[in-house]
Write a protein that binds this ligand. Sequence first.
Ligand code: UDX
Length: 440
Amino acid sequence: MNIVVIGSGYVGLVTGVCLSSIGHHVICVDNNKKKIQQLKAGQVPIYEPGLEELMRACTKKKRLKFTDSIKEACQQSTVIFLALPTPPKPNGDADLTYIENAAREIALHMNSYKLIVEKSTVPAETGNRIHRTIVLNLPRKYKRGDRVLLDFDVASNPEFLKEGSAVDDFMNPDRIVLGVESKKAEKILREIFKPLKTKILVTNTASSEMIKHASNSFLATKISFINAVAQICDRVGADVLKVAEGMGFDQRIGRQFLDAGIGYGGSCFPKDVNAFIHLAEKNGYDFGLLKEVRRINDLQWASFVHLAEEKLWNLKEKNIGIWGLAFKPNTDDMRHAPSVDIIARLKEEGARVKAYDPKAMANAVSIFKDICLCDDPYKVAQDADALLLLTEWPEFKEVDFVQVRDAMRQAVIFDGRNMLDAAKLKKLGFEYFGIGRGRL
Ligand code: UDX
């Protein structure tokens, strides 16, 4: 199948490379010429395990190309995936300008049947709007009165990739959702995903768009639920790890996404929860539940800093070491990372901050102007009054905690992800504070 993926950001690039690796001919498009040059040179501009190797292998087999021209790509392909940014507007609504512009350009350059597939998270109804934009912008020669002479379809195939395991998520999905309005579109999409052995759910485009909104918001709800439970655990002397384990054994609940911590971040959950609240509001429904999910999430990082402040007495002029800056492990992504808010609050309180992250240092340099970025966790611990673990990178489990303890001015650890062995640290003489660990 000849496929174009418009937008070579996180979702677009993973989708393009993976579609190519399962046997299709793919052209990835992006209007950023510098990015296209980089990709042509075999470099992936983001950190995603396995992606660069796979991309090089596909390029070598001549099944993967890159261009900045929608026209050129569009004319050579039947299927066009849209993986464009849908950034939030100040009111929380999704800004769909990129999608509209791409739809217009596709219309102008269409030369045969095309199937246009939304990959980005978009409000229900976007499929209809793309359809209308294409009809409005098709060249005159393809219209007779109000009849359209060139056949095309718009479909929705939401992505469920998680950063850090995106390639594996693509290759081994829990399900594939196809939102289609014609048998032809369904047949083409089934053919594309045939090599992936998994459940395929076929529905209309509006339901497919809704599945994506509802899935992400439900996962965010699960996280906020366990974070609220953690707040109570702390107050009544229960351990949220045991509570989550006990709940998770119930197959109707499941253990995943019940890790209490400093809240969810990243490019999806915060934006998608806002967009869903807004979509509901626009359609006359007040989604109070999701507003509370958002409020609980904002409370999590703030109460974590508050805990540090309470235990350290004063934050002013204290040396605070930060382990982990990315919004989660195995990524260099710092978009909506809780570390950004936490560090800003620590600085406001007059603390001196040193930080280390295994992959996000390049991004951190452009975000934090007045903190000291170190190249290993031990340097962060040197003379620290406390360590705050903000991202659960596996390497933080492997550090030599005797060396860390001896380097610190006060052996105090705040574990924002409940990843460290509290009992072991206490034995070594640390004061340990997790999230929702009760009287541990
Ligand atoms: C998410 C969805 O999982 C994915 O299906 C969708 O396509 C994009 O959004 P992603 O943002 O990459 O993926 O990361 P995810 O692993 O879902 O984590 C999101 C945030 O939730 C992270 O900040 C993570 O630390 C936090 N989280 C996750 C928790 O705080 N507790 C948990 O139990 C799980």
